[in-house]
Structures are given as structure tokens and as C-alpha cells.
Design a protein around this ligand. Structure first.
Ligand code: F3S
Length: 63
């Protein structure tokens, strides 16, 4: 599974990171790091919850 990161939509809510800090990395200003994220199978559930928690819909799930 892959998370497609729409960096331009990120407003720095950090909910993704709060849910799964090992998957979602933030920059020094609290915005998601640009670049899509490859998620290992055992972390898919957490990644899914983190992506869904973004109020800006900046994180899309690709299976
Ligand atoms: Fe940004 Fe959404 Fe995470 S606004 S920091 S991608 S919760």
C-alpha cells in the first residue's frame, strides 16, 4: 500500500503524525514531508487511520 501525499493541501494539523509517527514525517514547521510513502504490510492499518484522520484530505490511500 502506498500513501499519496498532497503536500500543497497540508495545513499542519499533525493528526496523521499523532496517529502514526513512524509513518508520517513532519518537517520543522509541522507540515507533512513531501513525497509518497510506501507502507509495509504490518503498518497498513495505522497508515490507513492516519491518512483518514487528515481534515484537509492531503493523504490518499493507494492499494
Ligand atoms: Fe498535514 Fe493532514 Fe497531517 S494537514 S500534518 S497531512 S493531518
Amino acid at each position: 500500500m502506498k500513501i499519496i501525499v498532497h503536500r500543497e493541501k497540508c495545513q499542519g494539523h499533525a493528526r496523521c503524525w499523532a496517529m502514526a509517527p513512524d509513518i508520517f514525517e513532519l518537517d520543522d514547521e509541522g507540515y507533512i514531508m513531501p513525497g509518497d510513502i510506501d507502507v509495509p504490510e504490518e503498518q497498513e492499518r495505522l497508515a490507513w487511520m492516519g491518512a483518514k484522520s487528515c481534515p484537509e484530505r492531503a493523504l490518499d490511500i493507494q492499494k
